[in-house]
Design a protein around this ligand. Structure first.
Ligand code: NAP
Length: 258
């Protein structure tokens, strides 16, 4: 169904850069929307939980639009509403389950691939013409250390994040000569709703993931994204890997006894 276009999108001052953040209803996406707004961007925040992005947009003076990155019609409608875009943050994503390959749940794998990989593909395809037209576009893709390493029980997520990372890194070559920069952000453990989603809403199991050490916060990651987005246009930060001090790799934590 066609939506009413938010009027503020038609009156963004010409010298204000526009940043699109997917998965802005919580965690890293919400913090990134706040950080980019503080850095002077007009932020267009997309996610399925419309009430959350609307509240965020009111707070930061941005625009909220409903978005399901797994749904082509939703991505088309979202993109149609956007007059121009300088920055795309492909952040929407997550994990479901921690089953071994032998016990893999195909529906959870489909969710992870649809959201992280095909979601990034859909959003990038849809906004690329506008990013190129901006004359100084930037695509930030939030992958993970799971895009670079593997761990037992993680194959559904690590395979999706590897694929998302490969898609993103391929663009670095394909867009050479075009005015678009590309940055992959690969965080380790960040305390967000990520683990609650992974464990199907089980808050207790989710809390255990972050026990005994200080994880990254969503703002820690958002500050890096804001730094990347405010570099001069000839500077391309290809990849940033950031982890808590107490994490050496996926599943490798130094935990203090509680
Ligand atoms: P989070 O708090 O669960 O946020 C995930 C966001 O993705 C939510 O805003 C959610 O919004 C959105 N999303 C999920 N499915 C979507 C869909 N189909 N369409 C649009 N939006 C969708 O988790 P987070 O930690 O901030 O995760 C953000 C990104 O960081 C993810 O790509 C994740 O894989 C990555 N990452 C997280 C960690 C970590 O430890 N937390 C580490 C490395 C990488 P709605 O549900 O409202 O749609």
């Amino acid at each position: 169904m066609s939506q009413q276009l938010p009027s503020e999108l038609m009156s963004i001052p010409e010298n204000t850069r526009v940043a699109v953040v997917t998965g802005a209803s919580s965690g890293i996406g919400a913090a990134t929307a706040r950080a980019l707004a503080a850095a002077g961007f007009h932020v267009i925040a997309g996610a399925r939980r419309r009430d959350r992005v609307e509240e965020l947009a009111r707070e930061i003076g941005g625009t909220a639009l409903p978005l399901d990155v797994t749904d082509e019609a939703s991505v088309a409608e979202f993109t149609r509403a956007i007059p121009r875009a300088d920055v795309l943050v492909n952040n929407a994503g997550g994990a479901k389950g921690l089953e071994t390959v032998a016990d893999a749940d195909l529906d959870k794998w489909r969710w992870m691939w649809e959201t992280n990989v095909l979601g990034t593909l859909r959003m990038t395809q849809a906004l690329l013409p506008k990013l190129i037209d901006s004359g100084d576009g930037l695509i930030v893709t939030v992958t993970s250390i799971a895009a670079l390493e593997t761990y037992p029980g993680g194959a559904g997520y690590t395979s999706a994040k590897h694929a998302q990372g490969v898609l993103h890194r391929t663009l670095r070559d394909e867009l050479l000569g075009k005015p678009v920069r590309l940055t992959e952000i690969a965080p380790g453990a960040v305390e967000t709703e990520f683990s609650t989603v992974r464990f199907g809403g089980d808050e207790k199991q989710a809390a255990k993931v972050y026990q005994g050490f200080t994880p990254l916060t969503a703002s820690d990651v958002a500050e890096v994204i804001s730094f990347v987005a405010t570099r001069p246009s000839h500077v391309n930060i290809d990849q940033v890997l950031l982890k808590p001090r107490a994490q050496a790799g996926p599943g490798k934590f130094h935990r203090e006894p509680s």
